[in-house]
Design a protein around this ligand. Structure first.
Ligand code: DCP
Ligand code: MG
Ligand code: MN
Length: 341
């Protein structure tokens, strides 16, 4: 995904980094995980450089850049673009897959299937395929959901939620995570994390969520429900996905309300702050120390077999806040604004 943006300044390798990220996204769509990760790592490696990298030997000295990426850096420097990337842009099939994947709730395999069946436009889908209720909303508000939200509007939307939370239960704390917490100038959606001191399960927060959603639906702020928690499992019971709008703005915005027990706050804050690539690298690092990190906590003594496959769950390390988790992983503290890889 593009344009998540960071608050930090420009890097002399920005253009090449963006080309690498676009190519990584292409490989992600065709599910070539190896090349996807390789170009992402290349982008990360370039971002850590303070001067512009232009030649092969210089590139090879950077950790994370091998022969193939070094060749691409040289190509980009000489020609101002990458032939492979230009080629993917000409690929009609890929651009349709890309378009379908931008429908809320549609992943690569569903998009692929529709393209295989010969569908090319959103109108084709509406006329010819069975769509879920969510996909119908995703198509009806396709433009809205794909326009990024300016930070000022994030503030305005966030204030409405915070006021409602304070009114319904003043003990509940509401924090905006995601790209907003990383300081991005624009966000794809609103990620609200809701917690209450003393809670140890999301089940304890469900009645509050119900009141909050009902209240915000009645005021006209919440305009659609996309994913609603079920009582069946603790995880399914932790999130509400939908759409909201400001009274004086017709654009529908995507909003996620995430319930977090106070006992899991540190790990959840890290997870929902992201970005997703930063999270992935923290999890990988944890696995190197026989630890395990997920959105619920950091666990130690987790046994793994071949290919880092988990053999035991490990023991939860209790009471760690965000900083505590960084410390246990031996990672120097990084403010949210710098958690973009
Ligand atoms: N997340 C993750 N892995 C995923 C999806 C999400 O680790 N596959 C985490 C990191 C994200 C956070 O959840 O930062 C919120 O997810 P979003 O999809 O809302 O992503 P962002 O808020 O980072 O970006 P955007 O501005 O596009 O919403
Ligand atoms: Mg987000
Ligand atoms: Mn989100």
């Amino acid at each position: 995904k593009g344009g998540t943006g960071s608050a930090s300044g420009k890097n002399p390798n920005d253009d090449c980094i963006n080309a690498f990220l676009e190519l990584a996204a292409f490989y992600e769509r065709i599910r070539d995980t190896f090349r996807n990760m390789s170009y992402r790592k290349g982008a990360t490696a370039l971002r850590s450089q303070t001067r512009k990298i232009t030649d092969y030997d210089e590139a090879r000295e950077i950790f994370g850049i091998g022969h193939s990426l070094a060749t691409k850096i040289v190509e980009f420097h000489r020609r101002g673009r990458l032939a492979k990337l230009e080629y993917t842009k000409l690929d009609g099939r890929d651009s349709i897959v890309q378009k379908f994947m931008k429908i809320y709730g549609v992943g690569a395999s569903q998009a692929d299937k529709w393209v295989d069946q010969g569908h090319k436009t959103l109108e084709d889908l509406v006329a010819n395929v069975p769509l879920t209720e969510n996909q119908k909303i995703g198509i009806a508000h396709y433009e809205d959901f794909n326009i990024r939200i300016p930070r000022e509007e994030m503030h305005a939307l966030g204030d409405i939620v915070k006021q409602a939370v304070a009114k319904i239960d003043p003990k509940v704390e509401a924090t905006m995570g995601g790209s907003y917490r990383r300081g991005a100038k624009t966000s794809g959606d609103i990620d609200f994390m809701l917690t209450k001191p003393g809670t140890t399960s999301t089940l304890e927060l469900l009645p509050f969520l119900h009141s909050l959603v009902t209240y915000l639906q009645n005021t006209g702020f919440l305009v659609a429900a996309l994913a609603v928690p079920s009582y069946r499992s603790a995880d399914a019971g932790s999130k509400w996905h939908g759409a909201c709008k400001l009274p004086d703005n017709p654009i529908w915005r995507r909003i996620d309300l995430l319930l977090v027990p106070a006992s899991e706050w540190g790990a959840a804050l890290i997870y929902f702050t992201g970005d997703d690539i930063f999270n992935r690298s923290l999890r990988l690092l944890a696995s190197k120390y026989d630890m395990r990190l997920n959105q619920r906590g950091l666990y130690e003594h987790c046994m793994r077999g071949k290919g880092r496959v988990k053999l035991t769950e490990g023991t939860l390390i209790k009471g760690l806040d965000e900083r505590g988790i960084f410390e246990r992983l031996g990672v120097p503290w990084r403010p949210p604004e710098e958690r973009i890889l």
